[in-house]
Design a binder for this molecule. Structure first.
Ligand SMILES: Cc1cc2nc3c(=O)[nH]c(=O)nc-3n(C[C@H](O)[C@H](O)[C@H](O)COP(=O)(O)OP(=O)(O)OC[C@H]3O[C@@H](n4cnc5c(N)ncnc54)[C@H](O)[C@@H]3O)c2cc1C
Ligand code: SF4
Length: 353
């Protein structure tokens, strides 16, 4: 007896892997993506090289996209999202809205992979002058330049002489309610620091941090490599303000190792912005009637031994929709969610048979 297809919402790394794995298990998949292009943040935000291996992001993502595009079991719907649901998995009715209007179908299980969005460093509590100074940029803006193999001061178009990163912008900040560590930004800053030193060897690069969190193998792969091989300077400190003085941007704060105030001119300041649950994640949680965990991401209920089960049977979540996640986390969760979703359908078949 044939089952209904499995719906995967979101086509970032997690959604692509979930769709590919479900199809590999022999089930039909409907993959729904609200934007025009597949690939999630690495494609939409023009990532350059991926941490930790410095693989070209577009090439790596295109391999994942190709795998789902060429699989006849995957029905891809871009510029589409889910606008209504009724019933329960494995007989869950969903209405989707796409370029040709609304379409309804019944799905057997759902995997939500709706991802994250970057923290907006222009919020009122942020004194970094992101929207005031051209030479204050984010990790994401830097990725765009690095992808083009050209790292310059935005205000002049010339190579910079001094660049610094400011860590934990929009993360680990109780004042704004984002208490979590975004997990990837320390590693990404180290990776970008290496890429800047490769492109502009004369440029000095500094990283202002509260504490560096390059967990697991990233410690060797990017942190020590940045420090020892690429001579990036790491300064433990708290930056309180970024202002403009003449041609340069001035970073003010405290060096907490030396216990003294610092005030250093920079050509470019890069804000290591953290992750927040995407609007799509919050919308889908509401639509599928799923509780959020206290930080606003989709709550998973299986604890560390089953990180993809949600409060509703047959509905699973994976990747950065469930909390800060790197690619490895996102892909691993997506594979687990695909197996659980397929298992959910097969259990239903066994009962029916
Ligand atoms: C600057 C930066 C660089 C990074 N570089 C690396 C790196 O080098 N290595 C690494 O391991 N990690 C990196 N990361 C983390 C990495 O981006 C995430 O781990 C990964 O993108 C999470 O994948 P995802 O599929 O869960 O979410 P996303 O990539 O956010 O994809 C979610 C997708 O869902 C879609 N969507 C959302 N809502 C809906 C909806 N309602 N309906 C339909 N579609 C919807 C979105 O359009 C998007 O395509 C980086 C993060 C940042 C901030
Ligand atoms: S990964 Fe690093 S920069 Fe990002 S929130 Fe955690 S400690 Fe801060």
């Amino acid at each position: 007896m044939e089952t209904h297809p499995i719906l995967v919402v979101g086509s970032g790394p997690a959604g692509l892997e979930a769709a590919r794995s479900v199809a590999e298990l022999g089930h039909r998949v409907v993959l729904v993506e609200r934007s025009l292009a597949l690939g999630g943040a690495p494609i939409a935000e023009n990532y350059a090289a991926l941490t930790p291996d410095l693989d070209d992001a577009e090439t790596a993502m295109n391999r994942m996209i190709e795998a789902v595009r060429t699989d006849p079991l995957v029905d891809i719907r871009t510029s589409t999202t889910v606008v209504a649901t009724s019933g329960q998995a494995p007989e869950l009715a969903v209405t989707m809205k796409g370029p040709k209007g609304e379409d309804s179908l019944t799905v057997g299980a759902v995997i939500l992979c709706t991802g994250f969005q970057h923290f907006d460093p222009g919020r009122e509590t942020q004194l970094y002058g992101y929207y005031e100074h051209d030479d204050v940029i984010t990790l994401v803006d830097a990725e765009r330049m690095l992808k083009a193999h050209q790292f310059v001061r935005p205000s002049t178009g010339q190579p910079p002489r001094r660049v610094c990163f400011i860590q934990c912008v929009g993360s680990r900040d109780r004042q704004i309610g984002n208490t979590w560590c975004s997990k990837v930004c320390c590693g990404i800053a180290c990776k970008e620091a290496i890429e800047i030193r490769q492109l502009v060897p004369d440029c000095e690069v500094f990283v202002f941090y509260i504490d560096m969190r390059t967990y697991g193998f990233w410690e060797d792969q990017v942190y020590w490599r940045a420090q020892e091989e690429y001579k990036v300077s790491f300064i433990r400190g708290i930056v309180t303000e970024v202002t403009k003085r003449g041609d340069t941007v001035v970073v003010k704060g405290e060096d907490t190792t030396m216990g003294r105030p610092v005030e250093v001119p920079m050509d470019v300041v890069i804000l290591s912005v953290g992750m927040e649950p995407s609007v799509g994640t919050r919308e889908m949680a509401k639509l599928f009637d799923l509780p959020l965990e206290p930080h606003g991401y989709i709550a998973t209920v299986g604890g560390p031994l089953n990180p993809v089960a949600t409060a509703r049977p047959g509905i699973f979540a994976a990747g950065a929709a469930t909390g800060p996640a790197d690619l490895e986390d996102s892909i691993s969760m997506a594979g687990a969610a695909a197996v659980k979703a397929a298992g959910f359908l097969r259990k239903g078949l066994r009962k029916a048979g």
